[in-house]
Design a binder for this molecule. Structure first.
Ligand code: DUC
Ligand code: ZN
Ligand code: ZN
Length: 470
């Protein structure tokens, strides 16, 4: 493979901001050069005036997730290509074990969906939807295949839900093996009571999805998950944290020295209950946990948590469903006309995360550029056993690199996005930066608004144990 040199940019990692040129050979970074060098390369990319950052790592996506009678609209092919357009060069998706199924079979089915289709590298967490003696043994097998984190749901009774006994058993096994338990922390049993009561009152609009899934029930589930992690000694990572009550629980646990971590997502940092309120249009914004009441202060607390490292990661929970019919998967959000509980839960976002967090975070002065890199790439890599191959720009790391133009503005619209979904949750939003060039393992896969890669360029990443102990 020929040499590539990224010249004249400002290289930003989680800790450094350097005037340096990046030399790439064989898909790896081989040198960071001060400006006064004489190296020339066959491929030279000018990054004058731009930031050169590690490719984003989105540790929470759901390509083709079966949900509520349909499937998340993006396949591994369309979803990973869209991710690349947005400056994300690695995803960790969720393979699913359904009730009665072996976990290994679930993982193999997801490997099959992804194989040969991905534009960027990918790994898997395993959703363990049926903890029993066999699954516990399979957790060990999965770890040998590089699946070192297991997602459990305290929500969705009858679907993905695990009871406290199952959670304890999985956590004991995780503690024994060094795995991480990822938790969807919402009290689904209590929520279902409120759902039924709302429907009986004729409260059927999408808005009520946000009202019945009360933030206190996220706090309660986070508390319970933390206590179960404490009693078993497992490492716990709370996914898509949206509520200040849950954040308070994480802060308390961390102050007590527990290995408890959490991510939030752009939708919780930028959108709110108001977005659920415009008749059935609100279905675009139905996801779980739901968007929260801005006036109650959740958003401000999440931003503060990101600044203070009480929250360590921003992922997307990318799980798109169309408002109109999807050409392959048919009716999606419309399944919930007249009954909000039947709206497939999820929102698109894998393409928007990097630019949204830079624009709303760094450009707005909420976090600095190093912290931006840390929460979107470096900590995700460390948290899920991919560092230092991924998540930084350093000698020996994969040359997964984004050139970010922080002077260019552009507007998000479904007309030009690359996700296979017919709306954008951020339609018309002006961003104060733009992903210009994206390299995956040294190859330019995005430049001039064009994708230059091929499905199958992305490889499966067997992951190690978590390297994050902060
Ligand atoms: N939440 C969503 O919004 N979609 C998929 C699964 C989940 O937990
Ligand atoms: Zn979830
Ligand atoms: Zn999810």
């Amino acid at each position: 493979m020929s040499l590539t040199l990224i010249r004249n940019g400002t290289v930003v990692t989680a800790v450094e901001k350097m005037q340096a040129d990046v030399l790439i050979d064989g898909g790896k970074v081989v040198a960071l050069l001060g400006r006064e060098h004489t190296v020339v390369a066959e491929n030279e990319i000018d990054a004058e005036g731009k930031l050169v950052i590690p490719g984003g790592i989105d540790v929470h996506t759901h390509m083709e997730l079966p949900f509520g009678g349909t499937f998340a609209a993006d396949t591994f092919e369309t979803g990973t290509r869209a991710a690349a357009f947005g400056g994300t060069t690695t995803i960790i998706d969720f393979a699913v074990q359904t009730k009665g199924q072996s976990a290994m079979d679930g993982w193999e089915a997801w490997m099959e969906k992804a194989r040969g289709n991905c534009a960027i590298d990918y790994g898997f967490h395993m959703i363990t939807g049926d903890i029993n003696d066999q699954t516990l043994k399979e957790m060990e097998q999965l770890m040998r295949e590089g699946v070192t984190s297991f997602k459990m749901f305290m929500a969705y009774p009858g679907v993905f839900y695990s009871d406290d006994g199952q959670i304890v058993r999985a956590m004991q096994k995780a503690a024994e093996d060094g795995a991480t338990i990822c938790m969807h922390a919402e009290n689904g049993i209590a929520i279902d009571v409120f759902v039924q009561q709302a429907l009986e009152r004729g409260e059927t609009d999408p808005l009520y999805h946000g009202i019945v899934r009360k933030s206190i029930l996220e706090g309660e589930a986070a508390h319970r998950a933390i206590k179960l992690a404490e009693v078993t000694g497992a490492q716990l990572y709370i996914v898509h944290l949206s509520a200040k009550e849950a954040l308070d629980e994480v802060i308390r646990a961390r102050d007590e020295g527990l290995r408890v971590y959490a991510e939030t997502c752009p939708q919780y940092l930028f959108l709110s209950l108001d977005d659920l309120g415009n008749g059935f249009e609100g279905a675009k914004y139905v996801c779980s946990p739901p968007l929260r009441d801005r006036a109650a202060g959740h958003q401000d607390r999440l931003w503060r948590g990101l600044r203070t490292n009480d929250l360590q990661v921003v992922s997307t929970d990318h799980c798109p469903f169309c408002m109109g019919d999807h050409p392959r998967f048919g009716t999606q959000k419309q399944l919930g006309q007249g009954d909000f509980s039947k709206i497939p839960n999820g929102m698109p976002g894998v393409e928007n995360r990097m630019e949204l967090i830079y624009s709303g975070g760094v450009a707005e002065g909420r976090i600095d550029a190093n912290r931006f890199v840390e929460i979107t790439a470096t900590t995700p890599a460390r948290m899920f056993g991919l560092y230092p191959r991924k998540g930084t720009i350093a000698v020996g790391a994969d040359a997964d690199i984004v050139i970010l133009d922080t002077k260019a503005t552009h507007v998000i619209t479904a007309e030009t996005h690359h996700m296979d979904v017919d709306y954008s949750a951020y339609e018309g939003w002006e961003l104060s930066c733009m992903v210009e060039t994206v390299l995956s393992k040294g190859k330019v896969i995005i430049s001039d608004g064009t994708y230059h890669g091929n499905p199958g360029d992305g490889e499966y990443l067997p992951r190690g144990l978590s390297q994050y102990h902060n």
